[in-house]
Unconditional design. Structure first.
Length: 222
């Protein structure tokens, strides 16, 4: 497997979002007080190699690019979509997919805290936004809710393309207990999304996570 990190320019790319507003008629926010880790971009949108899988992240930087009229991510997604085996997005990265036109007539989800903005801004054509989903798979397109949900989706995606045991071994090795039910996201309840069943009706918070591949202990062990 070869990993390519793609951005506007090669080299170190800051993870700190540029100044931008959080909505119409809201003041510009300065993020210079935030920590500034960087990641090394291996390619630009113009010289990226052929790809089998494309993962599109989300965050405040997406909002800043949108306000700046920067469509590089969306143009790249649209140009590569047909040749991809899989396209995945995390958080509001699904907005970039919708703006690229690849969610048209598909089901998808996104960050529950940004739900009103994501679903009410007219992104895409005839997108069926699924409020209760932790992640959604529609054909070769996978979309997740917020950042941690992206980890859960990634576990499910790896189970989709690799044998279960090595994936479970990896997840248990880092001691991460993924949420494995794609059809229920408790944060849809936290953010009071419309049409979402309250906790306790058909789901409990105990349904959310447990170490994978383990037999439940029910015989009185302490």
């Amino acid at each position: 497997m070869t990993l390519s990190v793609i951005s506007h320019e090669k080299g170190p790319i800051t993870a700190r979002p540029p100044p931008h507003s959080m909505g119409p008629d809201m003041p510009t926010m300065d993020f210079s007080n935030m920590m500034n880790p960087s990641i090394m971009a291996t390619h630009t949108f113009d010289d990226a190699p052929p790809l089998d899988i494309l993962l599109v992240s989300g965050g405040l930087g997406n909002l800043a690019l949108l306000q700046a009229g920067d469509n590089k991510i969306e143009d790249f997604i649209a140009s590569r979509f047909e040749s991809l085996d899989y396209l995945l997005s995390v958080c509001i990265g699904s907005v970039s997919l919708a703006r690229a036109g690849v969610l048209d007539n598909r089901r998808a989800t996104s960050n529950k805290g940004a739900w009103q903005w994501v679903t009410g801004s007219g992104f895409g054509t005839n997108v069926t936004w699924v409020p209760a989903a932790r992640w959604v798979q529609d054909g070769k397109v996978w979309t997740s809710s917020g950042v941690a949900a992206g980890m859960d989706m990634t576990y499910a995606f790896l189970r989709h393309i690799y044998p279960q045991q090595p994936v479970d071994d990896m997840v248990n090795g880092i001691e991460y207990a993924p949420h494995t039910d794609p059809h229920w996201d408790p944060f849809a309840v936290v953010h009071k999304l419309p049409g979402v069943e309250p906790i306790g009706k058909n789901h409990s918070l105990a349904d959310c996570v447990a170490p994978v591949g383990q037999v439940e202990m029910t015989s009185g062990h302490h």
